[in-house]
Design a protein around this ligand. Structure first.
Ligand SMILES: Nc1ncnc2c1ncn2[C@@H]1O[C@H](COP(=O)(O)OP(=O)(O)O)[C@@H](O)[C@H]1O
Ligand SMILES: [Mg+2]
Length: 312
């Protein structure tokens, strides 16, 4: 196992903020250095123990997808080597786990696409027969494949809060209000941006799911984030199609009606459910075997999806 990075400490660039997993620094005024730490969040709480090497596994997988999906929509990538924007004694910290990206204006929504009925989608369907207001045929079961992938946006919650599923109309309104100044200059509306986001997110999911199927993996659902440049052009940002943002199921073990085993955060969620923990911070510390098991899941996801070995 490699050393873990819980939190980066880059002094040569201004720190803009720390998300649950990523530390964000400014590179000039139009780019960001995103350092993916080894922090693990579950139920929206950052756990005290990092997963050694997780940030590098996530970065490697995200890079694979950015390249594979580049023809569908522009993305945040700049091709700039992260080691070239930090001081010499900071290079090891960013190596293999960082990206220098275009600094874009994030949309105020998480662009969730679901191909299967699981998680909050399954709960919503049981209660209402619909997911985020999208009516679905009756008689679907847990983990059923949907007739076609659906776009089910969610609000972006502040740290410690949970994302909330919202209707498409609400997503349009949120884009209009959060991006009003930029959209006025670009001559676009919130409704246009949300409509384009829905189409692009479904196209990305469909292409990724087709690739994953050739590798024996089902992508049950995933969450994309998008940002706009000054001209209002939509870009794919953040992380993409990682175990943190997606549910990956081995196709061989898939059975409609039951919760499939997975290459994603379900492993750690299942462990946490065995503890008497109220899912509020601070989270519990993890036994070494669970840390190793979690790391193995992330490495397995990378190898299965890309055929690449982890670059350590
Ligand atoms: N290219 C980009 N331009 C601007 N903001 C970005 C870009 N890529 C990612 N971000 C933002 O950086 C943060 C990434 O940190 P992360 O730890 O994933 O945060 P979170 O806790 O919100 O999931 C997110 O708030 C995301 O919206
Ligand atoms: Mg995130």
């Amino acid at each position: 196992m490699t050393d873990a990075l819980f939190e980066s400490t880059i002094k040569s660039l201004p720190l803009l903020g720390r998300g649950k997993v990523r530390d964000i620094y400014a590179v000039g005024d139009d780019k960001l250095l995103i350092v993916t730490s080894d922090r693990l969040s579950a139920f929206d709480v950052i756990l005290p123990d990092p997963i050694p090497g997780k940030g590098r596994l996530l970065t490697q997988l995200a890079c694979f997808w950015f390249e594979k999906l580049a023809a569908i929509v522009p993305n945040q990538m700049t091709g700039i080597d992260p080691e070239s924007v930090v001081a010499d004694d900071e290079r090891a910290q960013v190596r293999g786990r960082s990206l220098v990206v275009k600094r874009l204006r994030p949309l105020p929504i998480e662009a969730v696409v679901r191909g299967y009925l699981i998680g909050s989608g399954w709960k919503d369907y049981q209660a209402t027969g619909a997911v985020c207001g999208i009516p679905l045929p009756p008689g679907l079961c847990l983990a059923s494949r949907l007739p076609e992938p659906i776009f089910t946006p969610a609000t972006k919650a502040a740290i410690g809060d949970h994302d909330e599923n919202v209707s498409f109309e609400r997503a349009q309104a949120d884009c209009a209000s959060a991006l009003a100044d930029l959209l006025a200059v670009a001559g676009k509306s919130g409704a246009e941006i949300a409509t384009q986001t829905r189409a692009v997110a479904i196209a990305l999911y469909t292409a990724a799911a087709e690739h994953a199927a050739t590798r024996g993996i089902i992508i049950a659902d995933t969450k994309f984030e998008f940002g706009l440049d000054a001209a209002g052009t939509l870009h794919l940002i953040d992380e993409v199609l990682t175990p943190d943002s997606s549910r990956f199921w081995p196709a061989d073990d898939y059975r409609e009606g039951s919760n499939p085993p997975s290459y994603d955060k379900q492993y750690i969620r299942d462990y946490l459910e065995t503890l008497p923990w109220n899912k509020q911070a601070p989270g519990p510390s993890l036994p070494l075997a669970v840390i190793a098991g979690t790391r193995a899941k992330y490495a397995e996801a990378l190898q299965c999806l890309t055929g690449e070995k982890p670059v350590q």
